[in-house]
Design a protein around this ligand. Structure first.
Ligand SMILES: N[C@@H](CCC(=O)N[C@@H](CS)C(=O)NCC(=O)O)C(=O)O
Length: 372
């Protein structure tokens, strides 16, 4: 059965999903979205005005790259991306969640914080989203540049006081990946797996393809530069049967330390804010002060999912993870979340009725960050 993938050529999560489909050699038709297709096809069929979204020939709609990758590996077991053993699978899932949710801010920052890059990306988005609609591309470009800066910079805790520290998160990520790639072709060895696909979220569409961060990648991290193309082209390679690495390399230490010092504490504070019905909260994560962050329900569900998955592991696997990550991280994985939201379990979308009022609101203001 065939797939149509609704996507954007500049989108973080569309790039992530395309890397997975290409690596697994699952054929699909690319459907670049416009504001009209988002509103008339993607929204009523998934409940989100977000990409990527997938329509199978029989009318089944799938969305949200994280459960979608699990669905794909189950549906198309060839060239599986998710490691088979529970130890590697859990650590890969943790890295994926971190890439999706905690690498998002620096990736948005590098895209929208400097006027030159922001103007270029604004015009690409404007061109893409206005195609076939009545909207002028230039107007759409300006609208999206301002909207993304409002929601994902100022609205996501970026200030003059933490500007340099947030900017430094990208070169830090490059240094981590560069060290891993010094001795291997993919992040866990000789073939791609979930962690490569996850890092391609920020690395492909934002860092390797936006002019400003791409120049830095080519200059400072040529191995990462080559690896991004390697993952994109992985479908043309024969699959290696070599065992995947077990995350024991100390080159993973910096990333795991950031998960413990910044990401998991943030997820707990976010869940507490969601539980308390707060719209905004502040905190210091990984040594960076963030004055005014949105409480994001979806991320409270990410914490619930990680905690549920960790809890379900056999005790010896939990113990091995504890030995690798340290008691601080496993403590955070076990500490009760303040919110009791459902884990993220399915990629299968339920069609929903979109009221005229919602349609109008979305039309003028776009999807809210945390739409249900
Ligand atoms: N958790 C979702 C996130 C999807 C997402 O946020 N997509 C962005 C593009 S990368 C989007 O469509 N945003 C729409 C908007 O901001 O209005 C996934 O993994 O697929």
């Amino acid at each position: 059965m065939g797939y149509r993938v609704y996507l954007s050529d500049v989108s973080y999560f569309s790039g992530k999903l395309e890397c997975a489909l290409r690596t697994k050699r699952v054929a699909y038709e690319r459907v670049p979205v416009s504001s009209d297709t988002l509103l008339k096809e993607v929204l009523p069929n998934t409940g989100w005005m977000k990409v990527p979204a997938v329509r199978r020939d029989d009318g089944l709609w799938l969305y949200d790259s994280t459960p979608l990758l699990r669905w794909l590996d189950a549906e198309h077991p060839q060239r599986s991306l998710i490691p088979q053993d529970p130890y590697r699978a859990f650590l890969s899932t943790l890295v994926e969640d971190y890439c999706d949710e905690w690498q998002w801010r620096p990736a948005m920052f590098w895209r929208w914080a400097w006027p030159d890059n922001a103007r270029y990306l604004g015009s690409r988005l404007g061109e893409e989203l206005s195609r076939g609609t009545i909207h002028p591309a230039a107007g759409m470009a300006l609208y999206f540049r301002k909207r993304q800066q409002r929601i994902f910079l100022r609205g996501d805790g970026v200030r003059a006081s933490n500007f340099d520290a947030i900017a430094a998160l990208y070169p830090q990520a490059l240094a981590w990946l560069e060290a891993l790639l010094e001795t291997r072709r993919y992040l866990l060895g000789d073939r791609p797996s979930l962690v490569d696909i996850a890092w391609c979220g920020p690395m492909l569409r934002h860092y390797a393809q936006d002019p400003r961060p791409a120049a830095l990648m080519a200059a400072q991290a040529p191995r990462v530069w080559a690896w991004v193309s390697r993952v994109w082209n992985a479908g043309s390679e024969h699959w290696s049967d070599a065992e995947l690495g077990d995350f024991s390399d100390s080159a993973w230490d910096g990333l795991f330390a950031d998960i413990g010092a910044a990401y998991l504490p943030y997820l707990h504070d976010n869940a507490a804010a969601v539980a308390a019905g707060q719209k905004r909260f502040c905190g210091t994560y990984g040594g960076i002060d963030y004055p005014d962050l949105p409480a994001v329900c979806y991320r409270a569900r990410c914490l619930a999912t990680l905690q549920r998955d960790f809890e379900a592991l056999p005790p010896d696997v939990r113990q091995r993870i504890g030995q690798r990550l340290g008691a601080g991280i496993t403590g955070l994985l076990q500490r009760r979340s303040a919110a009791s939201l459902a884990p993220i379990d399915t990629a299968i979308a339920q069609p929903r009725t979109v009221t005229a009022a919602q349609r109008l609101r979305y039309y003028f203001s776009g999807t809210p960050w945390d739409s249900e």
